[in-house]
Design a protein around this ligand. Structure first.
Ligand SMILES: Nc1ncnc2c1ncn2[C@@H]1O[C@H](COP(=O)(O)OP(=O)(O)O)[C@@H](O)[C@H]1O
Ligand SMILES: [Mg+2]
Length: 247
């Protein structure tokens, strides 16, 4: 479970302070997919990087399974798998070589690495690509290798930043099915996306972000019902409109 309480984060440059995340709160439960949604620049990546211990909050409290991301960051990192949209794997190493390398970095036993590699390659339908240099793989398969790297250590909490943004329809389906299976296995999954149609199919619960603020948070179906729509995109535009009328 992830709990974010009153999180704020700014970026400071020599001439200005940009308040990128402003007092947001939400909860992501085990056995569910939580979607952090909103257009580019909303503050999604900043929020996820804070949960993943890569950034420190200016204020507010963020916990992962009750562990504080600032004071217990090492233990938090052991529990989470973080896939960032910004890091793209490339180079002459193959998926198999990369996974062994990251397993070693993580001090995982060799046979555990081999077992996990097989499981993940199987679930992600990429066994036939394990021995191809990453540079020669399509973006969809490269993304699958990145997912396998992020989940090699069998984390309980899965944080995926824009996991389907650069994928074609086939790769999107495999990644989506994989996320559904993780949720069924009881994992706590948080993903960010600006593709609301992908989110609508996958998420149990959502938080909609816009310009650093959370416009709403809750179970997806309940939020849709409350706003009298079946369409997440329509809900988003209504909330933005309401925000403009009643700032
Ligand atoms: N390291 C940084 N320094 C300064 N500004 C940043 C930095 N990272 C992101 N920003 C700005 O913060 C805002 C939110 O970015 P981000 O969290 O990446 O949003 P999202 O993932 O929703 O697109 C954007 O305006 C972005 O330009
Ligand atoms: Mg982002």
């Amino acid at each position: 479970m992830i709990e974010v309480k009153n999180l704020s984060k700014s970026y400071k440059s020599h001439k200005s302070i940009k308040r990128v995340v402003q007092d947001i709160s939400f909860t992501a439960h085990d056995g569910q997919v939580f979607g952090l949604l909103g257009p580019n620049g909303a503050g999604k990546t900043t929020t996820l990087r804070t949960i993943a211990t890569l950034l420190q909050p200016d204020s507010g409290i963020v916990t992962v399974d009750g562990l504080d991301v600032v004071t217990q960051s090492r233990a938090v990192r052991d529990r989470i798998g973080f896939l960032t949209g910004e890091m793209r794997l490339t180079g002459q190493l193959t998926g198999r070589e990369l996974l062994r390398f990251f397993g070693q970095l993580d001090h995982m036993a060799k046979d555990r690495v081999e077992r996990r590699m097989q499981e993940l390659a199987n679930d992600l339908e990429m066994t036939q690509y394990l021995d191809t240099p990453i540079a020669k793989l399509s973006s969809g398969v490269t993304q699958k290798v990145s997912i396998a790297v992020s989940l090699l250590h069998e984390p309980h909490v899965i944080i995926f930043d824009e996991p389907t943004s650069n994928l074609d329809v086939m790769a999107t389906k495999i990644v989506s099915d994989f996320i559904r299976a993780a949720k069924k296995a009881g994992k706590c999954v948080v993903l960010s996306t600006h593709i609301l149609s992908d989110a609508q199919r996958l998420c149990d619960r959502v938080g909609i972000m816009h310009e650093g603020k959370l416009l709403c948070e809750g179970p997806l179906q309940q939020l849709l019902q409350e706003h009298g729509t079946h369409d997440l995109e329509e809900l988003f535009f209504r909330l933005v409109q309401e925000g403009r009328e009643h700032p």
